[in-house]
Design a binder for this molecule. Structure first.
Ligand SMILES: [Zn+2]
Ligand SMILES: [Zn+2]
Length: 97
C-alpha cells in the first residue's frame, strides 16, 4: 500500500470481509461520512471516493457497514457501542461513527 496507514475491521457476518479506511480520517471526517451513509449509500460512496481517495470496493464496504442512527446495528437493529464495533447479536461489523 502506498500512502497513509490503514485501519480496518473484519465482518464475520459477511464471511470475514475486511473493511478498510485510512487512519488519517478525523472524527469529523468519519461523522460526516456516516451521516451521508445514513441518508444515501450511493452518495456516501461517491463522497468517500472523492474525499478519502478510496477504491469503489472499499467505499462500498465502508458505506454498507455504517450503523443506523441511535446506536443501532445496520443489520439487526440491536444496540451497539459507539465507534467501530461488532454487534453482539448478529456479528456484523458496525461503523457507529
Ligand atoms: Zn458485514
Ligand atoms: Zn446486529
Amino acid at each position: 500500500m502506498v500512502g497513509a496507514a490503514q485501519a480496518s475491521i473484519s465482518c464475520r457476518r459477511c464471511g470475514g470481509t475486511d473493511i478498510h479506511w485510512s487512519s488519517d480520517l478525523s472524527e469529523h471526517d468519519k461523522a460526516t461520512f456516516a451521516a451521508k451513509a445514513r441518508e444515501n449509500k450511493i452518495g456516501s460512496m461517491k463522497f468517500a471516493r472523492a474525499s478519502f481517495a478510496m477504491s469503489l470496493k472499499d467505499a462500498k464496504a465502508l458505506a454498507l457497514h455504517v450503523s443506523d442512527s441511535g446506536n443501532r446495528c445496520h443489520r439487526c437493529h440491536g444496540d451497539i457501542a459507539l465507534g467501530t464495533s461488532v454487534c453482539g447479536q448478529c456479528n456484523s461489523a458496525n461503523l457507529n461513527w
